[in-house]
Design a protein around this ligand. Structure first.
Ligand code: FAD
Length: 396
């Protein structure tokens, strides 16, 4: 019986598992899932937890609920992969494999910017998101209860206005109102900045749509500064350079969303092939020269035949990779991996957003925000089942 080990219970790991469940139940394969937490978290909703708009339990699924007959779960942190001996070492176990699926996801990347890793909080996982929410509220409380009020305590800087940064800023619109009302603070005093080195905002959308998103945030008191080279961070500021001029923006809540990389275990395991935790896979998502090791999700750089660049890493492609690998390992005739881009949605809080989805269907406002929830429910369904998916997205 083939012994399959899946590392990581993110989107890619759990869709792989779903594809193997039938074969595992029939005793055709033995499957072991390894993950450091006892739960899966929806990374695509971490910005809601980070703002403090929802509790983290709303975006978590207990792994015991997705483990079915023939599948075992090891809750532990992977610390080494030995491809010669075909062994995975976790803190407490040694697990051997015939086939390995690596879906260990992303880590924050600060590109060596001085002080960034030490001072700014990344939206990296559930604990990191909870830390941002707690820091934000602590700072508003501090402002409200201090004799000598310092506006930096009710100021927030978000480095990066890509999807994660914009969605977090969108959540802050609602959270700012809530915190101001709770602590009796005049909303007009709150300063929130979204900074990016790029000259254009959300280039994956049309200008009309990215202008809409910008206007929504600006109308709600958020300042977007593009073309801002982020040079450094201190305990209470970001140093930026705009049009050759160096500036220091002060804030007590500093968040970093401008960079992610694949898992560092990838660089340690495949030093010749992996760059910033990502590895260019074969067309079947295996490691070149190692047909027994699949790379899925944010650790994979997949360049489709005929193209020059890898697809951006998203939950959408992670789910499709997992489904492909699950089918392939269980012996289905799948050919090469093909990615179907179903479009992109950027929420701006729970009531607004912009969407450009497959078939040229564009929408903005409430409809786009709801569309995002439906797409997310579908993504969770791809990992679990229909009831879990609807509950998870607070649709049921
Ligand atoms: P992950 O979801 O990161 O899962 C990796 C798993 O591996 C985790 O459970 C982790 O705990 C576990 N793990 C890691 N290291 C170890 C270890 N050493 N040992 C054991 N377990 C380990 N994408 C979209 O398509 N649409 C969006 O709207 C969108 N919005 C986003 C918003 C935010 C705020 C962020 C941060 C990302 C967003 N993304 C979005 C990107 C998307 O979330 C990622 O591309 C996706 O999560 C990648 O899935 P994955 O399965 O590779 O990894």
């Amino acid at each position: 019986m083939k012994n399959v080990v899946i590392l990581g219970a993110g989107y890619a790991g759990l869709t792989t598992l779903k594809g193997l469940k039938k074969a595992a139940k029939a005793g055709e394969v033995k499957v072991t899932l390894v993950n450091k937490n006892s739960y899966h978290y929806d990374t695509v909703n971490l910005h809601e937890v980070s703002a403090g708009n929802i509790p983290s339990r709303d975006i978590c699924i207990d792994i015991k609920d997705v483990v079915t007959p023939g599948v075992s779960f090891v809750q532990d942190e992977v610390i080494k992969i030995d491809t010669e001996k075909k062994l995975v070492l976790t803190k407490k176990h040694e697990i051997d494999y015939d086939v390995l699926v690596i879906g260990l996801g992303f880590q924050p990347e600060t590109f060596g910017i001085e002080g960034m890793a030490e001072n700014a909080m990344p939206i990296a996982d559930v604990l990191a998101a909870e830390k941002i929410a707690a820091t934000l509220e602590d700072n508003f409380r501090k402002y409200a209860t201090s004799e000598e009020k310092d506006v930096k305590d009710i100021s927030v800087i978000v480095g990066g206005t890509g999807l994660a940064g914009m969605e977090f800023l969108g959540e802050l619109v609602h959270r700012k109102k809530e915190l101001c009302s709770k602590y009796g603070i005049d909303e007009k005093l709150v300063k929130i900045y979204g900074l990016d080195a790029a000259p254009t905002l959300l280039p994956m959308f049309t200008k009309e749509y990215s202008d809409y998103a910008r206007k929504y945030l600006e109308d709600n008191g958020i300042e977007i500064i593009l073309g801002a080279g982020i040079k450094g961070a201190t305990a209470d500021s970001f140093i930026i350079e705009v049009e050759g001029e160096r500036k220091e923006l002060k804030a007590s809540t500093l968040v970093w969303t401008a960079g992610v990389r694949g898992n560092k275990l990838m660089d340690e395991t495949f030093p010749e092939l992996s760059k910033r935790g990502r590895l260019v896979t074969t067309q079947q998502l295996t490691v070149p020269g190692m047909e027994d090791i699949y790379i899925v999700g944010d650790c994979a750089a997949f360049i489709e035949t005929g193209q020059e660049r890898p697809y951006p890493t998203t939950a959408q492609i992670a789910n499709q990779m997992g489904a492909y690998v699950g089918a392939r390992i269980s012996g289905k005739p799948v050919g090469d991996f093909k990615y179907i881009n179903r479009g992109v949605v950027c929420s701006l809080g729970h009531k607004d957003g912009i969407a450009d989805v497959m078939g040229g269907k564009k929408s903005k406002g409430f409809k786009a925000a709801k569309l995002k929830k439906i797409i997310e429910a579908k993504a969770i369904y791809e990992l679990t089942d229909v009831i879990t998916a609807l509950k998870n997205q607070r649709i049921l």
